[in-house]
Each structure stands twice: as C-alpha cells, then as structure tokens.
Design a protein around this ligand. Structure first.
Ligand SMILES: C[S@@+](CC[C@H](N)C(=O)[O-])C[C@H]1O[C@@H](n2cnc3c(N)ncnc32)[C@H](O)[C@@H]1O
Length: 327
C-alpha cells in the first residue's frame, strides 16, 4: 500500500518525501534525517529540495520566546546578502509574493487616504519599494520594522527606512498609520503570546478606518508538507516538529547552519487572533503557494491564507465586535 508523501513546508513542492518510519540504516540511506527528541529517535524527510534551495526540518525544542526570536534574527542576518535571489531561484515563491503585492497595491490604492504604511518584518525592503513604485504618484511612505541588522541595512540602501522593533525610538504614534502590512513575516513570531502582543501594538499604530493586511502559512493547505501535522491520526506525529501544532524548526542545508522557526496557522486560530484585537476581517482569501502559485482565490485548503482587516472607526464598533457592552 502506498504511504502519503510529505512535501516541504513553505515551498509546497511536488517532491513526495517518505513519511516517518522507525529509524533504520535503510531509512537513513533512503535520504531521511534521523532526529532525537524526548521520546527517542525518529526519521523525517531530509533535504527536501526546491530549485537550488534545500531545507531540513527538526523537532521544536522547548525554549523561551527570546531564544527563538534571536535564532530567527541570526538566520535572516546570514540570509540577507542573497535573500532577494530566492525570487529568481524559487519560481513559485516569486509568483506567490508578486500576487500578494498586487493585491496590496489594489487595496492601498482603494483607501481614501494612504500616506503612511508600517510594514512588519520588511526584510530587504524590495517588496515595499515595489509596492510604492506600483502606486506611482500616490505611493505612501512605508516604514519597516526589521530586527535583522543585515536585512535592515539592505533596506536602507533601497530607501526603505526601518526601526528594529515596535518599542524602538521612532516607533509610530498611536492611530497614525493608514495601513499595516505583515508580509511573509507574522509566521516567525514564536508563540501565541508574542503574536497577540505584536498584533496589539500594530493595531494601536493603525488609524481608525485603517487597513491591516497579512499572509500566513496554512496548516490545512493540502499542497503543503505540514498539512500532515494537522492530523496525527494519519500516522504522522505533531510532536516530531513541535509541542504546539503548526510549529516548525528548519534550516537550509546548502548554505548556512543557522536555524529558523515558523508557525502554520489554522483559519480559526488566525481569525480569532485578529478579531480579539478589535479588527474586523473583511477578506479571507486562499492564495496558491505549493500548488497554483500566485493564484488569488484558491480554496482555503489549497493555499496560504491572506487576510485584510479594518480598524473600526469608533470604539463602540470595537466593543461591538468584541461582543462587549458599554456602560
Ligand atoms: C521571511 S522574511 C520576509 C521578508 C519580507 N517581508 C519579504 O516578504 O521578503 C521575514 C522577515 O521578518 C523579520 N522578522 C522576524 N521576526 C521579527 C520580529 N520579531 N521583529 C521584526 N522583524 C522580524 C526577519 O528578520 C525577516 O527579515
């Protein structure tokens, strides 16, 4: 009987890797990775490849948020010099990011007023530069939030200025931003508490009536490797890659030994998170990533999740959306 295959997370390629089996010399020779966690040794697909890029996935250790944040910063510092090259070496990624940028341009252009935008996890700033260019004369000023000094330095050379955190000097004032973007970045926040905390600061910076757009990887995207994590009953074990379902630790095998972290969301998880901050979700869209890359409007179990939300104009609306009564 044939076993379900795994495809690589974040890349969703067509390569079917073997599912976990008890470790054995044969399995290791078949290209599997032997990993050890608190419950012993397991095997996972080793070195899934996409174009010229290959990754391997490891069990998520139980470490504090700060350690995960620092780990991601080191990872992106090392990735920075060649980060933009991924657009040309990983075609489906370029198509996916390009489609999202097009959507962002359409939504920002339709805002009555869009002069200032905050972009969380803005990386090298190439997408922010592209978005402002595509909006031509109406392009807003985009300020990035970027923890990796090497990413931030590349961004600054492009003319996209960044701050290192939402607490740093120069952070936006409350209710000052017309829009907030989290493009391919929210997934790196290490825990439910850190996601809630960051989101509430981002919403605070957004003006009433302003727009927040974010995209996240989807735990139930059947074209992604991690959809197997959603259902332990299919013979794969969530604890292989993390205590919390959807957590993944990964590293590139071809260039750097640094580790990074990302989280795959369920629709309920990301929706509640956004609504709990008082945002009103206006769009929940599937965008092809592993399959049909860049197609906007794929079924919600066939792509990443793109969400747009507005900050209500009045506190009464916030309270109403939170189900609270005013006294
Ligand atoms: C996958 S990259 C995406 C970069 C860019 N948005 C893009 O799409 O090309 C994620 C970025 O988020 C940044 N990042 C991750 N966690 C962060 C945090 N807590 N604060 C600020 N930046 C963060 C990383 O340093 C990295 O540059």
């Amino acid at each position: 009987m044939s076993q379900p295959g795994w495809t690589e997370p974040g890349m969703g390629n067509q390569i079917a890797c073997p599912p976990p089996v008890p470790p054995s010399a044969k399995a290791r020779h078949a290209g599997q990775l032997r990993v050890k966690d608190s419950e012993g040794c397991h095997t996972m697909p080793a070195h899934p490849r996409h174009g010229h890029v290959s990754y391997e996935y490891l069990p998520m250790p139980q470490v504090g948020d700060q350690m995960v944040v620092d780990m991601c910063t080191s990872y992106f510092d090392a990735e920075a010099p060649a980060y933009d090259d991924l657009d040309s070496s990983v075609e489906r990624r370029r198509d996916y990011l390009g489609a999202i940028d097009g959507y962002v341009v359409r939504r920002l252009s339709a805002l009555g007023q869009c002069r200032s935008v905050l972009s969380f996890g803005s990386g090298t700033g190439r997408r922010e530069q592209r978005i402002t260019t595509m909006m031509s004369d109406h392009g807003p000023t985009i300020v990035g939030v970027e923890r990796s000094p090497n990413m931030a330095a590349i961004s600054a050379r492009r003319g996209i200025q960044t701050i290192s955190s939402l607490e740093a000097a120069g952070s936006p004032e409350a209710n000052s931003m017309d829009a907030v973007l989290c493009l391919y970045s929210f997934i790196h926040l290490p825990s439910p508490a850190s996601r809630r905390g960051t989101l509430s600061k981002l919403v605070d910076a957004l003006r009433p009536g302003g727009l927040l757009i974010l995209d996240v990887f989807n735990l139930h995207d059947t074209s992604e490797w991690t959809s197997k994590l959603a259902d332990g009953g299919r013979g794969n074990r969530p604890d292989l890659v993390g205590e919390r379902r959807g957590d993944v630790l990964y590293r590139r095998t071809d260039r750097t030994a640094n580790l990074s972290y990302m989280h795959y969301f369920t629709i309920g998880e990301i929706s509640s998170l956004l609504e709990d901050t008082g945002l009103v979700i206006t769009d929940l869209i599937g965008v092809g990533h592993g399959a049909e890359p860049g197609r906007i409007g794929v079924p919600l179990d066939k792509g990443c999740l793109l969400l747009a939300c507005t900050k209500p104009q009045h506190q009464a609306s916030v309270n109403a959306s939170l189900g609270q009564t005013t006294g």
